[in-house]
Design a protein. Structure first.
Length: 178
C-alpha cells in the first residue's frame, strides 16, 4: 500500500481460534497498518483481565478513539476484535466514511472442531506473545459465540477468509479487494 492511498479500516469477525489475530498481526506489519488488538489493550489496562462488561466499556472506547485519530491522520488500521454485532460494525463503517477511509470486514471461516483444537493449543502456550495476543478462551465462549455472531449483511463490505489457509493465501484474497 502506498502512503497516499485512501486509508482502510479492517474489522475482524470469526470464532476464537479462527486465525483473526495471526493474520491481522502479519498483514499490519507487512503493510504498515496501525494494529489495534483488543486483548493486548485489555492486558495493558488490566493486570488480570476478567473480560467483564466493565472492562469492555473501557477497552473498546479506547480502541475507537485510537482508530478515529489514526483515520483522521490518513493511517490505515486493522481493528482486531471480534466484531460480532452489526450495530457496532455499522458504527465503524460510519467512522471510516467520516474520514474518507474504506471499510472491510475480514470474516474468518473455520470449523468448530479446528477452532477448539487451536484453543487447546493456546492453553499450553506460556509466552508473552500468547498472553498478549492469544489469551486462552474456554470452549464455552466459542460455543456462545457460535450462536450469537450476527452474520454480515450484503450492505457490509466483507472479505471471507478461510481460517485454515496459509497467510500467503489469505493475503492474496484480501489484496484482490484492494
Amino acid at each position: 500500500m502506498k502512503k497516499n492511498d485512501q486509508p482502510i479500516l479492517f474489522a475482524t469477525l470469526g470464532l476464537p481460534g479462527s486465525g483473526k489475530t495471526t493474520f491481522s498481526r502479519k498483514f499490519a506489519k507487512e503493510f504498515h497498518f496501525l494494529y489495534l488488538n483488543s486483548d493486548r489493550i485489555r492486558r495493558a489496562l488490566f493486570i488480570k483481565p476478567k473480560y467483564t462488561k466493565a472492562e469492555h466499556d473501557l477497552v473498546f472506547p479506547a480502541m475507537d478513539a485510537l482508530a478515529e485519530d489514526a483515520l483522521k491522520n490518513g493511517i490505515s488500521i486493522i481493528y482486531d476484535a471480534n466484531s460480532t454485532k452489526r450495530a457496532y460494525r455499522r458504527a465503524m463503517m460510519q467512522t471510516a466514511k467520516k474520514y474518507g477511509a474504506r471499510f472491510f470486514l475480514l470474516t474468518f471461516d473455520i470449523s468448530v472442531v479446528t477452532a477448539k483444537k487451536r484453543l487447546d493449543i493456546r492453553r499450553r502456550c506460556t509466552s508473552n506473545m500468547c498472553k498478549d495476543y492469544h489469551p486462552p478462551a474456554p470452549h464455552a465462549i466459542l460455543e456462545r459465540l457460535k450462536t450469537s455472531i450476527e452474520k454480515p449483511t450484503k450492505k457490509e463490505p466483507t472479505i471471507f477468509i478461510q481460517g485454515t489457509s496459509t497467510y500467503a493465501q489469505q493475503k492474496k484474497e484480501v489484496l484482490r479487494f484492494l
